[in-house]
Design a protein around this ligand. Structure first.
Ligand SMILES: C[S@@+](CC[C@H](N)C(=O)[O-])C[C@H]1O[C@@H](n2cnc3c(N)ncnc32)[C@H](O)[C@@H]1O
Ligand SMILES: [Zn+2]
Length: 314
């Protein structure tokens, strides 16, 4: 981590500032050390270059596994595509002017693929995640200028109110115990006129019901066997789906088929079947959360369910 990050962080419990108590450096990066609260004496270790505000990856062990196994698959610069840049624009609607020179929070950073996009557009980005995906994000992006990685829970974030110009969260909040409550943790962190943009899973009728029926079984399968099963069933069911007579049968176990190659589809299928929590939402429900938070200029984007809003000036 960079020393500058200390100035953005506070104790997640008492909200007082933190001191860098000990630090081992590697160039400009603090690779190991300790942050200490100036008020309540809580201590937070810096491990492998990342300040840690949680002691475990709790219910997101699947994501720790998934993002360290697929550290580069979805990262534009490392995989040689532009998918994440396109996804970022589609799901947040954020443009260059809204990001350039701004302080941005990426909630549920995963491998850091969207941090790369925002940072390339001139933003200083802090990415947080509950899982050890942060280690993948740090390897991918952590040493870049204007990029910071923090392991923290969205329900217990180590930041002061009114810190960020922009907050985005893409495909994350529905993987917490309560999507709406997780969202409610974000608006107070925005500066006045700051923007928050989220994308959460849409309630998609029969498709969602099929997915959830299979998930009642798959969430109990340990990570590695489930991942291995994905490598077998994804190509099998994709083939079956194209065969007369078998196509209807294949629909009962939805697998990803995004046209971005087998590795991406296996990753996506594991991503669908492994998370403990995976809520689905309607546009109306998400818009209500934005209204409840007194946000204005609420816009529903074309890709369901992507919504953004702005904190009022006063
Ligand atoms: C499907 S991944 C999306 C990652 C990234 N936004 C992307 O699209 O590549 C969901 C992420 O949310 C994180 N997550 C789930 N619950 C969280 C929580 N309570 N606090 C912070 N991150 C959380 C997971 O660890 C995981 O990395
Ligand atoms: Zn404290």
């Amino acid at each position: 981590m960079k020393e500058k990050l200390v100035s953005f962080l506070v104790c997640p419990d008492c909200k007082h500032s933190l001191n860098l108590a000990t630090a081992d450096w590697d160039g400009q990066e603090i690779v190991r050390g300790e942050l200490r609260c100036t008020s309540c004496s809580a201590m937070f270790p810096i491990v492998r270059g990342i300040p840690r505000f949680v002691s475990t990856d709790a219910y997101v062990k699947n994501f720790s596994f998934q993002w360290n196994t697929h550290r580069t698959t979805q990262v534009d610069s490392l995989a040689g595509h532009a998918e994440s840049g396109n996804t970022f624009r589609t799901k947040t609607g954020l443009n260059d002017a809204e990001l350039n020179g701004k302080l941005v929070l990426d909630v549920g950073v995963g491998t850091g693929r969207f941090m790369e996009v925002a940072n390339n557009l001139g933003a200083e980005v802090i990415g947080i995640d509950l899982s050890y995906a942060v280690d993948a994000a740090y390897v991918n992006m952590g040493r870049r200028a204007g990029v910071h990685v923090v392991q923290a829970d969205v329900f217990r974030l180590p930041f002061r109110s009114e810190t960020f110009d922009v907050i985005y969260s893409i495909g994350v909040l529905h993987h917490t115990p309560s999507t709406g409550k997780a969202f409610a943790c974000l608006p107070h962190l925005l500066k006045r006129t700051g923007i928050v943009a989220i994308w959460v899973y849409v309630e998609a009728g029969e498709y969602s019901r099929r997915l959830d029926r299979v998930r009642t079984l798959t969430v109990h399968i340990p990570r590695f066997p489930l991942y291995t099963i994905c490598w077998i069933i994804v190509p099998l069911l994709q083939t079956m789906a194209r065969m007369p007579g078998l196509g209807q049968l294949a629909l009962h176990v939805p697998v990803s088929n995004q046209g971005r190659g087998l590795v991406w589809d296996v990753l996506d299928t594991f991503d669908a079947y492994s998370p403990r929590y995976q809520w689905k939402h309607t546009e109306a429900e998400v818009v209500d959360w934005f209204k409840d938070a007194n946000l204005e200029d609420i816009r529903v984007l074309n890709f369901p369910v992507s919504v953004r809003g702005r904190k009022p000036h006063t």
